[in-house]
Design a binder for this molecule. Structure first.
Ligand code: ADP
Length: 251
């Protein structure tokens, strides 16, 4: 572990020749076919590509939700390759803040309680939990919606709660899967502005998306095709949005 840290101190993600195969009773699907890339601390990366190109499989490997068939994955200095299910779950909870297309909030639970949840799993004391959840909700501009339940919030607001929840354990990586897939144009811009703000504050962000407008906000775009990386390059036309955070909760 120390060796890995010293080899590449700022790398949050290192994938080396990763494959993922599915055996469908005789026919082997190469969902990932030798994928290598690294993401350094503070980067903002979009993973793009057509349907079936391997984006979700990559996201599952990066998110410690699935293991590679071969190759190596190192997350924040921890070699994930041979971890048990339990260790994988622990690492996932400590290191990664997930943001999903459909927000994945608990329905009968307030924004505040939703954001407190990961800290309950992490064993954070109740008073500290409350304080940090309120701070996180303020950071995403929802300080006057903390007692609302998901069905009392717009899609954009629900995704902001989910982002506050993703941030609250101070993960080394924010991993977002089509985070604006369920949002209208206005809310999409707002959420992309929020990701930009979080990235400016030093957070490492990886977004999986098939939407060009969404990928355009990232610093770097990794394009997949047929389970391989087709291109991996800085984004020459990066869109910068004014972040719609702090003191606002409409939208
Ligand atoms: P994307 O997210 O870019 O649409 P995926 O990573 O979901 O692509 O899929 C990559 C390839 O792997 C596709 O050919 C898909 O059909 C296949 N695949 C993904 N998950 C499974 C699975 N659980 N079983 C069999 N094949 C799968």
């Amino acid at each position: 572990m120390m060796n890995e840290q010293s080899m590449n101190e700022l790398a949050i993600i290192v994938l080396e020749d990763v494959t993922r195969e599915y055996d469908l009773g005789g026919q082997v699907i190469h969902a990932l076919d030798g994928v290598s890339f690294a993401v350094q601390q503070g980067e903002y990366v979009a993973i793009m590509g057509p349907s079936g190109s391997g984006k979700s499989t990559t996201m599952n490997v990066i998110g410690c939700l699935d293991l590679a068939s071969s190759g190596r994955y190192v997350l924040d200095g921890y070699d994930v390759t041979h971890l048990s299910e339990d260790d994988l779950a622990d690492l996932r909870n400590q290191k990664i803040g997930f943001v999903f297309q459909n927000f994945n909030l608990l329905a009968r639970t307030t924004a505040l309680e939703n954001v407190e949840l990961p800290m309950m799993y992490a064993g954070v004391a109740a008073t500290v939990r409350r304080k940090r959840a309120l701070e996180a909700l303020e950071r995403v501009g929802l300080q006057d919606r903390v007692h609302n339940r998901p069905n009392e919030l717009s899609g954009g607001q629900q995704q902001r709660v989910a982002i506050a929840r993703a941030m609250v354990n101070r993960p080394v990586l924010i991993l977002a899967d089509e985070p604006t897939g369920a949002l209208d144009t206005h809310s999409t811009e707002e959420i992309m502005g929020l990701f930009e703000e979080l990235n400016r504050q030093g957070n490492t962000i990886v977004i999986v998306t098939h939407e060009a407008d969404v990928g355009a906000h990232a610093d770097r775009i990794i394009r997949f095709r047929d389970g391989r990386i087709e291109s991996d390059a800085p984004n020459p036309r990066r869109i910068v949005t004014m972040p719609a955070v702090r003191g606002r909760s409409d939208g």
